[in-house]
Design a protein around this ligand. Structure first.
Ligand code: HEC
Ligand code: HEC
Ligand code: HEC
Ligand code: HEC
Ligand code: HEC
Length: 184
């Protein structure tokens, strides 16, 4: 009896020790992964939007092209997000009874812009040009994933888009790697 209890206690102590040893390892893993790329999903802040805008409905049902709303993406640096007026082109009549569309209508009536929260944001010292990448034949999904399938949960970042990620792709595709290309 005594011996069994002792053995159990000893086993518990060993198990406890193992767990204690594993915690710092797990923390270290997270730190390494975060430095190299995107931190694991559960550590990333989920971006929520003032209106639950579903991309899937607009792309798959209303059949709108990405460039219908992100007008600048093939010609300029920033992709840009459309003004409220452009939404009202349809939503003066489409789904006006839904709560999210009522919110949209009230922004419009009060002449207020919608302050969409940015999902992708490079630091100020980095320059990114959408048009060059699109003209080179990369599609939106290369960097943003399958946005056409994203519903009301909202777009989230799926690719690191850190310096190593940018530079690796530039190397693989004969893109420029001088510091001055990406840094002001
Ligand atoms: C009807 C207009 C509309 C269409 C069509 C549309 N978008 Fe958007 N998009 C928006 C709005 C509004 C936002 C801002 C709210 C949000 O982040 O969901 C947005 C946000 C985004 C973002 C996140 C921007 C950020 O803050 O970093 C990406 C990436 C994006 N769209 C890609 C796409 C792609 C790819 C397509 C085509 C498959 C597409 N969009 C089609 C309206 C549209
Ligand atoms: C070309 C027409 C068109 C444009 C432009 C458009 N939408 Fe829509 N939108 C639709 C259609 C169609 C639906 C689906 C309605 C349904 O489910 O019956 C929809 C659905 C929605 C919904 C979901 C409503 C719900 O709760 O079911 C939201 C939110 C929305 N749109 C916001 C926007 C915003 C914000 C913009 C501008 C960035 C925009 N829409 C631009 C046609 C459009
Ligand atoms: C080579 C990678 C890459 C490709 C391809 C790409 N994007 Fe982006 N996108 C980015 C990066 C990086 C940012 C953040 C830019 C910043 O903060 O200056 C961004 C930001 C955005 C934003 C939010 C801010 C803005 O106005 O620029 C939207 C919307 C967007 N992209 C839409 C698109 C669409 C639509 C396509 C396809 C037509 C596309 N992107 C293709 C990398 C990419
Ligand atoms: C999927 C591959 C890929 C990714 C990811 C990518 N790039 Fe590029 N980028 C290219 C290629 C290829 C070129 C060269 C295009 C050309 O000259 O035709 C380029 C060109 C550029 C240019 C030059 C623009 C000009 O005016 O000539 C800048 C700036 C740039 N990229 C910044 C970035 C930054 C910053 C990131 C990361 C946030 C990034 N890129 C991610 C492939 C990529
Ligand atoms: C293809 C684009 C690209 C090129 C080329 C590039 N960088 Fe960067 N760099 C970035 C991006 C994007 C960031 C911001 C994201 C990050 O911190 O990784 C960044 C961040 C940095 C930072 C800040 C790091 C921090 O902790 O905030 C420094 C310093 C830097 N780069 C130096 C350089 C030098 C030196 C070179 C030339 C040898 C260079 N970069 C070339 C894209 C680039």
């Amino acid at each position: 009896m005594r011996a069994t209890q002792n053995r159990i206690v000893r086993l518990l102590l060993i198990a406890g020790g193992l767990v204690a040893a594993l915690i710092p390892l797990a923390v270290l893993g997270v730190v390494i992964v975060s430095a190299a790329g995107l931190p694991p999903a559960f550590l990333r802040p989920q971006v929520t939007q003032p209106i639950a805008f579903p991309h899937n409905v607009h792309v798959q049902v209303a059949r709108l092209d990405c460039t219908f709303c992100h007008r600048n993406v093939t010609t300029g640096d920033a992709a840009t997000v459309p003004a409220v007026e452009q939404c009202m082109f349809c939503h003066q009549v489409v789904a006006t009874e839904r709560p999210e569309i009522q919110k949209l209508i009230s922004y419009w009536q009060q002449n207020q812009p919608i302050n969409w929260n940015r999902v992708h944001r490079l630091p100020d010292h980095v320059q990114f040009v959408h048009s060059v990448h699109i003209q080179r034949g990369f599609d939106c999904a290369t960097c943003h994933g399958a946005v056409e399938n994203v519903g009301k949960e909202g777009v989230q970042q799926v690719r690191p888009l850190k310096m190593a990620d940018c530079v690796n792709c530039h190397r693989e595709n004969n893109g420029p790697t001088d510091c001055g290309v990406c840094h002001y």
